[in-house]
Design a protein around this ligand. Structure first.
Ligand code: 13P
Length: 264
């Protein structure tokens, strides 16, 4: 198991990457890592994530309350959003929030990333929905994001940015990179006259590859009523191509109740 100081250094390294890649401006963005069920490391509020050292990193409990923070540092103002992801997705060990240019532009325009345009995005993400707008730092964003947590590993936040999560810090960061690259390609291809989307058959073959690789995390393809019935899954239906997303909503609601009963 990697020691805590090493993890703090890794958070600083990912902070540098999101800043240097233009995925955040100024003091934007935040990163967290789960150490165990009641200890989480997170970036502090109001600092540039591109210039952090391990001493900046704060430790919080499962409710986002400070366990340790050096003088002058307070946990991210978005810690509630991170904690909601950990509470409702026990498989997640890291959460990354950023404002990448293209992904955030789609989030501002209200256009989810649903067109199957390239294999890697289809395999890694499926499609990326937009969680309804919420005021930063309030429960509004966690509440808006919650609806998508059982089906996706990344969501856009309306008029705000993007959120990604995975079983490790590097994988959560890679999801963010994938979201931004997908958004960038979609934008550029729209400028070139519109993308030629992959066919349903081509998408289904990619989903089959994902299943064979046994990739971890949540993927909208797993929800598709067609796929559940052993038929080719569609793309971008958010699990509702069968005319209703009742299954998906029921699973999300049950997961929430069970976790609440467990006191998580
Ligand atoms: P923090 O610096 O408080 O983490 O906030 C940055 C941000 O991007 C809010 O959305």
């Amino acid at each position: 198991m990697t020691n805590e100081y090493e993890i703090k250094k890794q958070i600083c390294e990912i902070g540098k990457r999101i800043y240097n890649k233009g995925m955040v401006a100024s003091n934007d963005g935040n990163i967290s890592v789960k150490l165990n069920d009641n200890e989480f490391l997170c970036t502090p509020t109001g600092v540039s994530k591109g210039f952090m050292t391990p001493e900046f990193i704060c430790k919080v409990d499962a409710n986002g309350k400070v366990l340790q923070a050096n003088p002058g540092f307070k946990p991210s103002s978005e810690i509630k959003m991170h904690m909601r992801v950990y509470r409702e997705r026990p498989d997640v060990n890291s959460v990354v929030h950023a404002h990448p240019l293209y992904a955030t532009s789609f989030a501002i325009a209200g256009i989810p990333l649903t067109e199957p345009i390239m294999p890697e995005a289809v395999i890694a993400l499926g499609c990326v929905p937009i969680a309804e707008y919420g005021t930063p730092s309030t429960e509004e964003i966690p509440d808006a994001v919650s609806k998508y947590l059982q089906h996706y590993d990344a969501v856009l936040l309306a008029n705000h940015g993007a959120l990604s999560f995975s079983d490790s810090l590097l994988n959560a960061y890679h999801k963010m990179e994938s979201v931004e690259f997908y958004a960038q390609l979609l934008y550029q291809s729209k400028m070139l006259g519109g993308p030629k989307a992959l066919s349903n058959d081509q998408v289904e073959r990619l989903y089959e590859i994902r299943r064979q690789f046994g990739l971890k995390g949540k993927h909208p393809a797993d929800l598709c009523p067609n796929a559940k019935a052993g038929k080719p899954s569609c793309h971008g239906c958010s699990g509702s191509c069968g005319g209703s997303s009742a299954d998906a909503d029921t699973i999300a609601a049950i997961t929430k109740i069970v976790l609440e009963k467990l006191g998580k």
